[in-house]
Write a protein that binds this ligand. Structure first.
Ligand code: ADP
Length: 493
């Protein structure tokens, strides 16, 4: 049951131009733990998306002209309200997404931290004074808001994937239209309501709910939108980015990963198993930085496999609201079917099932946490993002072999490395083809550090002092300070 201390956090309308708006039809939001209907939200369609861009356009001039301090204060107030309503936000998140309540609480903290961080960064958007290239000139670089931002976010972190975009965008003086996942719109709408309560002016942050295709078309095609930021699957991201190029928008993409998790013989077994549990089984394996291929050196392989399988077999599965649950349901039955397909493929290719491997005997889209040993490198488990609590183990011999296996993917989001050899840490950190490397840890995400990938995992960075640059254009001013200014003072074009 969804019982909230502040019932107004449950919004059943889209948020456009400071008004809570309906649509022509509605979409239903279900609890993945029992398939029950939680609420319906409007499908605002193309016309709603257009109205939201209109609202963002109206709000832009005043928002951009506020002082950084004024914007920072509003963001800080938003942060304070998110934190104050942490328990309600966590319950809402668990009910629509499925993750254990403890993980939802951690996500609320993590999501709020981006708003706090960028409320602080808002006041550090400075520029440059450059040494002139010729006598009599003065050269300046200003940082200007990119303007209207459109954002599309996924269901696996229904709050944090939004705040790491809206925090820097608003701090930089942009206005935003967000389309959250149709599977988890309620967290996004609660966030918008708290923004309204914090005093964000109408039209600065708009949330449009509904069927993705028509809304996405408007957001990617409208020439007033100058920046498009997307987190989601690689195929969808590629096609939306291609559409954005027709109006030459700035684009950031945070797409799928296929993270290697490499354990060398000299690693601490305990740290490696803890790291695998933390990174592979968090959110039931539905994170883009999840290890997808566990590459284990021959000397530690059997011990690692046995210890991991034992720990995984004892993970407590249940509804996220039940006390002590460690593995909640997957987001839907399609996700369960993908896990089953990957496991069947691995076993057909010689993989050995050590634990799990099937749906448990209960309603909802649950899947038993699973470990499979001796997975060949050409198995689906190694080639595609599984996005489920399924760990496939691959045996390797030498360091060179580990590097070659790790980099044999078109993705490049995160990598993990477990070893006690300091030289090897530096060698591998350098050559692993990913935007982020966890060394002797499975937990790497923080608002302080740049999050993002290389290769087909995308481009652009979220969080950290770099994150705000995604929402700023550089503007160069060349000033001639000589008393008598010739007409061609700024030189050849
Ligand atoms: P996931 O596998 O995480 O669901 P998706 O890429 O399908 O990844 O979804 C991420 C986000 O992209 C969601 O908000 C979803 O609604 C949106 N999305 C999916 N397809 C489209 C589309 N054709 N146009 C616009 N948005 C889309």
């Amino acid at each position: 049951m969804l019982e909230l201390a502040e019932p107004r956090l449950l919004r059943k309308a889209a948020f456009i131009g400071g008004s809570w708006s309906g649509g022509l039809t509605e979409i239903d939001v279900h609890n993945p733990a029992d398939a029950e209907l939680i609420a319906s939200v409007p499908d605002v369609g193309a016309s709603g998306a257009m109205a939201a861009i209109d609202a963002a356009e109206d709000a832009l001039p005043r928002w951009t002209l506020l002082t950084a301090r004024e914007r920072a204060r509003l963001l800080r107030r938003w942060y304070d309200l998110i934190t104050r309503h942490k328990e309600d936000l966590a319950r809402l998140l668990t009910i629509e997404q499925g993750k254990p309540l403890s993980e939802s609480r951690a996500e609320v903290d993590y999501a709020a931290a981006y708003i706090e961080w960028f409320s602080e960064e808002a006041r550090r958007i400075d520029g440059d004074v450059l040494p002139p290239h010729v006598e009599g000139k003065r050269l300046f670089v200003f940082k200007k808001s990119v303007g209207i931002v459109a954002a599309i976010t996924p269901w696996n972190f229904p709050l944090a994937m939004i705040t790491r975009k809206v925090g820097p965008a608003l701090a930089a003086g942009c206005t935003m239209v967000l389309k959250p996942s149709e599977l988890t719109p309620l967290s996004a709408l609660a966030l918008a309501w708290l923004g309204e309560e914090a005093g964000l002016p109408a039209g600065v942050f708009n949330v449009v709910t509904g069927i993705a295709g028509p809304i996405g078309e408007v957001l990617t095609r409208d020439s007033r939108v100058r920046k498009f930021t997307f987190t989601g699957s690689t195929d969808v991201g590629k096609s939306l980015a291609a559409e954005c190029m027709k109006t030459v928008k700035r684009v950031s993409l945070e797409l799928g990963g296929n993270a290697p998790f490499i354990v060398f013989d000299d690693a601490s077994l305990e740290a490696a198993v803890d790291g695998a549990i933390a990174s592979k089984f968090r959110n039931a394996g539905q994170t883009c930085v999840c290890p997808n291929r566990l590459l284990i050196q021959a000397g530690i392989y059997d011990q690692f496999a046995a210890t991991l399988a034992d720990r995984v077999s004892r993970l407590r599965l249940g509804s996220g609201l039940e006390r002590d649950t460690e593995i909640g349901p997957l987001i839907d039955d399609r996700a369960v079917a993908k896990a089953e397909r990957h496991i069947a493929d691995a076993i057909a290719r010689g993989g050995r099932l050590l634990t799990g491997g099937s749906r448990p005997n209960r309603a909802g889209s649950f899947f038993l946490p699973t470990v499979i040993a001796d997975v060949p490198k050409d198995a689906l488990l190694c080639r595609e993002e599984t996005f489920a609590p399924v760990a496939g183990l691959v045996r390797f011999g030498t360091e060179a072999e580990a590097i070659s296996l790790a980099n044999a993917t078109s993705s490049g989001l995160a990598s993990y490395l477990f070893t006690s050899d300091a030289s090897r840490i530096w060698r591998l950190s350098d050559v692993l083809e990913s935007g982020m490397v966890g060394v002797n840890t499975g937990s790497i995400s923080t608002e302080i550090a740049p999050f993002g990938g290389i290769k087909e995992s995308g481009f652009g960075r979220e969080g950290s002092r770099y994150g705000i640059g995604e929402y700023l254009n550089l503007k160069f001013i060349c000033l001639d300070v000589r008393a008598e200014t010739p007409v061609d003072a700024c030189g050849p074009a």
